[in-house]
Design a protein around this ligand. Structure first.
Ligand code: SF4
Ligand code: SF4
Length: 522
């Protein structure tokens, strides 16, 4: 019988996979934190997922992006990183055990975080720091962290005080004073706003010492007590408004920072942006999809996590297109999968996102730039300055870049503090989306380009994406207080016999492959 006579000749007995394999990366097993190989896949419903396998714990998957088209679009904005002035650590055991930053890190640190304290006056169920301590950094440790970071980054560094709740540090005013007296361009405080709302005198004292370099990142997850109760564990909608009132009254610039949690506050995204735009003195909003570190492990399905692309979609729906997904561009200095942002030029009631009146691609696409002769290098510089994690409307440079891109004339009053503040308050607005890494979505490509790091009193800076997953437990403030920081940090070891994890960290193989593992193939 000829093959053509077979009735089932056209039927392929092999099944096709339901996803397209895009590339390999390294990740962590979410159970034992061992480094494992991982695949990045595009699913049939146009999502990007991470799929990994651990010898001991089998397969697991995690959603990375809800929109594969955005992911593909974003990749071309990846640009070469800048070298820091100094690498505080050496390459020894391999990533992620040499933080940092070690010479294998692909980017300098745009933003240095300093945890001032383990203590907090809230107990948020979403707290990635799991703050419930009582230890504070000493002033000497704060100064050492600042000096180490400046030595690494040079003049113009940007520093954010965090914690715990930094305003419960007994000398938060002194910490700000130390920071602004150094060659630091912008100092931020990342706060829940309780002290700011309750203690107006603290706001005044902060402003007095700030030398106009200070701005506040206020946790602001939505307008209802219900949202606050679920995310922060307390009804505090009115208190947030009081905090904003106190800051604006004393001219302290505010950025709102919202954690977006599945089923809790996706419906608040548009309202938060609209509120920020109409409130003079609020400079922008940072949205952060909830990530699973510290205390936040409840109600969690890694395949149904909120992503940056989902926030863009919600924002477009909820603002009737005031902002669209196409208005967002990835931050090219970090890995383009992690941070996206946009700026809008506000004139009265008109809101114009910058990418609607400038074709950004020739200025930001590194591949295009190799053949593109830019007619306006000054624009390129300004756009690069804006699309950076260290940009801030409190910085003269950022405001200059913004004015240049938007065509705001440099009148005499631009060169006064008051004139610049007027532009920042009335004409400028910024939205940042940051999708941080946890033990589920951890992607070593992204981690190696992370440009936000924790500056430590010993002069090291540990990238945010490794700190929360691997270093926080051993590097929190209480350990600095007790002087028992492990160096180097312990490496998780796989328990399975016969496996050499891909980074070779557990020694010898006996050549056997484990057979009894429950494998969950697609
Ligand atoms: S995350 Fe960066 S600093 Fe840390 S070990 Fe890896 S390459 Fe080095
Ligand atoms: S998230 Fe911030 S405010 Fe909430 S408990 Fe943690 S440190 Fe405190």
């Amino acid at each position: 019988m000829f093959p053509s006579e077979q009735t089932d000749i056209l039927e392929n007995p092999r099944k096709r996979r339901s996803s397209v394999f895009l590339e390999m990366t390294r990740s962590l097993c979410s159970k034992c934190l061992v480094v494992v190989d991982a695949k990045i896949l595009k699913t049939a419903d146009d999502k990007i997922i991470l799929r990994k396998w651990c010898p001991d714990h089998g397969f697991e998957s995690c959603l990375l992006h809800s929109d594969a088209n955005w992911y593909f679009h974003a990749q071309k904005f990846n640009r070469p990183g800048d070298l820091p002035l100094k690498f505080p650590t050496e390459i020894d055991r391999g990533c992620p055990y040499d933080c940092g930053v070690c010479p294998d890190h692909e980017q300098h640190m745009c933003l240095g975080l300093i945890d001032l304290t383990d203590a907090c006056n809230l107990a948020c169920p979403t707290c990635f720091a799991d703050s419930d301590g009582s230890a504070h950094l000493t002033m000497d440790q704060i100064k050492a962290s600042l000096d180490g970071f400046i030595e690494q980054e040079g003049v113009g560094a940007v520093v954010q005080f965090s914690g715990g709740e930094p305003t419960v540090h007994p000398n938060i005013v002194g910490a700000v004073k130390e920071a602004v007296s150094r060659p630091i361009e912008v100092v931020m405080i990342n706060t829940n706003g309780i002290k700011i709302a309750q203690d107006e005198d603290l706001v005044k004292r902060l402003v007095e010492v700030s030398e106009n370099k200070l701005e506040i990142y206020l946790q602001f997850d939505g307008f209802t007590d219900e949202v606050n109760q679920k995310i922060r564990g307390a009804k505090m909608a009115d208190l947030k408004m009081k905090a904003i009132e106190n800051m604006l009254k004393h001219g302290l610039p505010v950025n709102l920072a919202a954690v977006i949690q599945r089923g809790v506050n996706e419906d608040q995204i548009g309202k938060i942006v609209e509120f920020g735009i109409k409130t003079k003195g609020i400079r922008g909003v940072n949205f952060q999809p909830a990530f699973f570190a510290g205390r936040y492990e409840h109600d969690f399905n890694p395949m149904d996590r909120v992503t940056n692309t989902e926030i863009m979609d919600r924002l477009e729906e909820q603002t009737s297109g005031m902002f669209r997904k196409t208005d967002f561009l990835p931050l090219p200095c970090s890995h383009p999968s992690e941070i996206a942002m946009t700026y809008a030029y506000i004139r009265g009631k008109k809101v114009k996102p910058i990418p609607r009146f400038i074709n950004m691609e020739p200025y930001m696409d590194q591949f295009t730039n190799t053949i593109f002769t830019d007619p306006r290098p000054i624009y390129k510089k300004a756009i690069e300055g804006l699309w950076s994690a260290s940009s801030s409307f409190n910085s003269v440079k950022t405001l200059y870049d913004f004015s240049c891109v938007c065509g705001i004339p440099m009148k005499k009053d631009f060169f006064t503090e008051k004139g610049r503040q007027k532009i920042a308050d009335e004409n400028a607005f910024r939205i940042i989306l940051i999708q941080f890494q946890d033990k589920y979505n951890w992607d070593m490509k992204v981690v190696k380009k992370c440009c936000i790091g924790f500056a430590m009193p010993n002069g090291k800076t540990i990238p945010f994406d490794t700190y929360n997953v691997l270093y926080r437990e051993t590097h929190e403030v209480r350990h600095w207080q007790n002087g028992n920081i492990p160096n180097p940090i312990p490496m998780p070891m796989p328990k399975a016999n016969g496996f050499i994890p891909a980074n070779g960290q557990n020694g010898k193989s006996n050549g056997q492959v484990k057979q009894d593992l429950e494998v969950n193939h697609e």
